[in-house]
Each structure stands twice: as C-alpha cells, then as structure tokens.
Ligand binder design. Structure first.
Ligand code: ADP
Ligand code: MG
Length: 315
C-alpha cells in the first residue's frame, strides 16, 4: 500500500483535546483543543483572565484538567508527570527567580534541581546568559526587568528541555528588551526546542509561527499570523481628529458603524455597508467633531483579533 503523508507525520509536541478546568464557579478553560508541532514557536494571545496561565499549568503538569487531556511529547500530563517534568522548561510569569540569591546562584540552583551542570549545557544559554554574566555576583532582586527576564530564561533552559513554556515572558519589560527576547527565542530553534509563549500583546503574534487567540477560556482561532490577518475582510478606515473620545462617541451613534476602537493616535473603524466616506467628515462635523481626517488603511493582525474578540464564533 502506498505511504500517505499521515504515516510518516511526526507526532505533535503538544496535543490537547477537549480540555476543561473550573475553579468553583469560574470556568477557566472550556473545551480547549489544539496541537503544537515540534520545533514550533507557538503563541497564546489573550487578555488578563483568558485562561493562559491555567492552560500552561496543565501543560507543565502542575495541575490536572477536569475534562479532556493533554499529551506532551507523547506523554500524558497527568499519568506521566514525572517524565515530563524532566523535559519541560517553565518560566512562570512571576516568582521564578530567588531574589536574594545572586545571578550565578540562581542558575546553578536550577541546574542542580535537574541534575545538570551549568558547564554541560552552557552552549545552549550562551547567547542569552552572556548579557547578564558580567553581573553574575549581583542579587537577582537588584536586576532590571530585562535582565531578570534573561536570567529566568537561562534558568528555564539550563537542563536542556525539549519544550519551553513561557508564561507572559515579556509583560512589564521595555520595548527594546521585548524585541531582543523574541530574537533569542528564534535562535533557540536551531537546538530543536519547541516553544510555547503567552502574551497579552497582540503585536507579538507576528513573532510566532502560529498563534491561538484565547478569550474567556475558549480558543477563538488558531493559525499563522498571516492567515489570521487575512481573515479581516472588511474595509478598514483610520480616522484622526483632535478630540478622539468625541470622535468615537459620534461614530458609535451612526447606525452603519460596525466597530470603532482607539488604535494608536487614531480610531479604527468599520462600517456595515459601503458607507460613502466623502460625506463622513460632514456628518462628524454635525456631531461636533471638527477636523476629522479619514483614510482607508491596511488591517493588521490586531484588527483581526479585535474583530474576533467582538464576535466570537465567527471566523
Ligand atoms: N487557583 C485559582 N483559583 C480560582 N480561580 C482561578 C485560579 N486560577 C485562575 N483562576 C481564574 O481562572 C480564570 C483564568 O485565569 P488565568 O489562567 O490566570 O488567566 P490568564 O493567565 O490568561 O490571565 C480567571 O478568571 C482567574 O481568576
Ligand atoms: Mg496569566
């Protein structure tokens, strides 16, 4: 019989099916299914409370799902948690560093816990750790946000994991460090490490091979950033006026306005049908909005995310 592609397909690094988790009355996760391929950088984008950390705690075997299951590297997160803990590197949002240990002591602590040594796996962290090595005698608590982030990443990598789980690694870090951080992650690809990362910053989706948009415990969409962006099918207008709040309020009174949300220093707007834009400035003036500049603009991935989040179930 001829071989089909599915015969030779490698098993996904993560396969989640029908995962649910409750905390009392709160449904933190609801029927979550997705898979992550080996070597992928896979992002979970979603606002505070979406369920990202809960999902990551299940993946890292720290808590069990109420429904469904997750296989990580061919192992069940509940039954095979011992094996999995050896091959997962986890960088939780906060508290992963010992503030009163030095940089070097933090790193050697994490190595020792996993029965590894800094020397044997140094190559893997060299690019990242070299930025903070000059400060290795400094207490972790005295490092800047960007340096803490690099140390925490070094600690999560020092036992050479096959899966790296990063929960909001760039939250609260300056823009330059955020960009640097994603560059470092891309370089880890050469070591064959699969990476999942969560973030509330929608623009960071562009740094991932694929992303899942998560909201209120549900996955709204999973795809490459390019395909997600292409899902935006309406005409998008960027409108600027000196009084942005008044502009949004006025736009929302127009029956044909589908959406109007602040976007940088402008407002992004979609309309129900082919609204003649020529008359729009006049109509806005009647509502007390002077000097409105209206241009059609190319939708970015954030526009598509906002659209999906407004109308879950579509797309
Ligand atoms: N241990 C817990 N006890 C009670 N509620 C929790 C617990 N962990 C998370 N939650 C709730 O579950 C939902 C999802 O939280 P979380 O997974 O932390 O979201 P995110 O990481 O996306 O901000 C929130 O409503 C949160 O308050
Ligand atoms: Mg969280």
């Amino acid at each position: 019989m001829a071989r089909t592609t599915s015969d030779i397909a490698v098993k996904p690094a993560i396969e989640a099916s029908g995962v649910g988790k409750r905390f009392g009355p709160t449904r933190a996760l609801h029927n979550i299914s997705f898979s992550v391929e080996e070597g992928e950088i896979f992002g979970f984008i979603g606002p505070d409370g979406a369920g990202k950390s809960t999902l990551f705690r299940i993946i890292t075997t720290l808590i069990a799902p109420d429904e469904g299951k997750i296989d990580v590297l061919g192992n069940d997160t509940v039954k095979d948690f011992r094996e999995l803990r050896k091959v997962i590197g986890y960088m939780p949002g906060r508290f992963s560093l010992y503030q009163d240990l030095t940089v070097e002591e933090n790193l050697s602590f994490y190595a020792t816990v996993f029965g590894a040594t800094i020397r044997e796996n140094y190559e893997l962290i060299r690019d990242i750790y070299s930025h903070i090595e000059p400060f290795k005698k400094r207490l972790a608590g005295k490092l800047s946000g960007g340096m803490k982030q690099k140390l925490a990443l070094s600690c999560a990598l020092i036992h050479k994991p096959r899966l790296l789980v990063l929960d909001e690694p760039t939250t609260g870090v300056d823009a330059v460090s955020r960009a640097e951080f994603w560059e470092m992650l891309k370089k880890l690809k050469q070591h064959g490490i699969t990476i999942i990362a969560s973030t509330p910053y929608m623009d960071e989706a562009m740094q991932c091979h694929r992303v899942a948009l998560i909201q209120e415990g549900k996955i709204l969409s999973v795809d490459t950033p390019e395909k997600i962006r292409a899902g935006f099918s309406r005409k998008l207008f960027s409108i600027r006026a000196p009084e942005k709040f008044r502009l949004i309020t006025a736009l929302k009174t127009f029956p044909e306005t589908l959406s109007a949300y602040p976007f940088g220093d402008s407002v992004h707007v979609t309309f129900l049908n082919d609204t003649p834009v020529d008359s729009l400035a006049d109509r806005l003036k009647k509502e007390g909005v002077n000097g409105a500049e209206i241009v059609e603009t190319t939708p970015g991935i954030e526009d598509r995310f906002l659209e999906l989040m407004e109308k879950p179930g579509e797309g």
